[in-house]
Design a protein around this ligand. Structure first.
Ligand code: SPV
Ligand code: MG
Length: 290
């Protein structure tokens, strides 16, 4: 079974698919090691790892190159975050095959204007494009895919933009009609109430996708029990874990004036070598170096 088929089958069978964010191949490998079903090729994480805002500051090529590197480093389906599609439906027609060729098994495209602003920030610029325009972008993405199992996920930011549930439902339904395989509905409310109300009212045939960053109370068991959600994305936990880890270790080294204290609990160098694929290189060495 190909990676595309693994993701497609999970959606068809209604099994909850878990995707962990990654900002580089190493974080993707750690997500695979931990047992997640897939990788979220997060724009937020990649932007943060470059220390710039998640607001289309980085180019599409920067993101695409990272998706290619992540897909090469793991065997898991990769869901690429293409923000607003880097332009209009014409741009989308050209970029979707590039993401597919890079090894992604899905794209998520959101209905905001380009350049976007990040979703979870208080007071961000959250402007949505016309429904018809975004339907055209979704249809362009669906038409541009090469493999039928490549998944196109339409994301509505109507709740993020404060436009309410009726508008979010109207948009989600319109995007399903345009051919989306799943609908990501995002919320930044601190409780799951807004999302649960949307899910309850959703009458579409395609599964929903959640990113519960703002409402972490909702567990996978809770989400699976709702019956309408196909994918849960953990949107930024790789970069937040990295920041937490580096802060703690760097502060301790400064405090103690040396590395002895942190050495006791940091992964050994041998662990990092293994994550780098050292064994595979040694095998090549043994076979071919003359
Ligand atoms: C991302 O991880 O880039 C996302 C999710 O799009 S969020 O940052 O919550 O918008
Ligand atoms: Mg994003």
């Amino acid at each position: 079974m190909t990676r595309h088929q693994t993701l497609r089958r999970a959606l068809v069978e209604g099994r909850l698919f878990t995707a962990m964010a990654a900002h580089n191949p190493l974080s993707a490998r750690l997500a695979e090691e931990a047992g997640f079903d897939g990788i979220w090729g997060s724009g937020f994480e990649l932007s943060a790892s470059h220390a710039v805002p998640d607001a289309n500051i980085l180019s599409m090529d920067t993101h695409l190159a990272m998706m290619r590197a992540i897909a090469a480093a793991t065997g898991l389906p990769l869901i690429a975050d293409i923000d607003t599609g880097f332009g209009n439906a014409v741009n989308v027609s050209y970029i979707v095959p590039q993401y597919e060729a890079a090894g992604a098994s899905a794209v998520v495209m959101e209905d905001k204007t380009f350049p976007k602003d990040t979703s979870l920030r208080d007071g961000g610029r959250q402007e949505l494009v016309r429904i018809e325009e975004f339907q055209g972008k979704v249809a362009a993405a669906v038409c541009a895919r090469q493999d039928r199992d490549f998944v196109v996920i339409a994301r509505t930011e109507a709740l993020i933009a404060g436009q309410g549930q009726t508008e979010a439902l109207r948009r989600a339904q319109a995007y399903e009609e345009a051919g989306a395989d799943a609908i990501l509905v995002h919320s930044k409310q601190k409780t799951p109430d807004e999302i649960l109300s949307f899910i309850d009212a959703w009458r579409g045939a395609v599964p929903l996708v959640l990113v519960p960053t703002a409402y972490p109370q909702l567990t996978e068991a809770d989400i699976a029990a709702l019956g309408k959600v196909g994918i849960v994305i953990y949107g930024n936990h790789a970069i937040r874990a990295a920041v937490a880890g580096m802060r703690r270790v760097f502060a301790q080294i400064r405090r103690e004036g040396g590395i002895r204290g942190v050495d006791a609990y940091l992964p050994a160098v041998a662990d990092i070598l293994a994550l780098q694929g050292d064994a595979a290189m040694r095998d090549i060495e043994a076979r071919f170096l003359r």
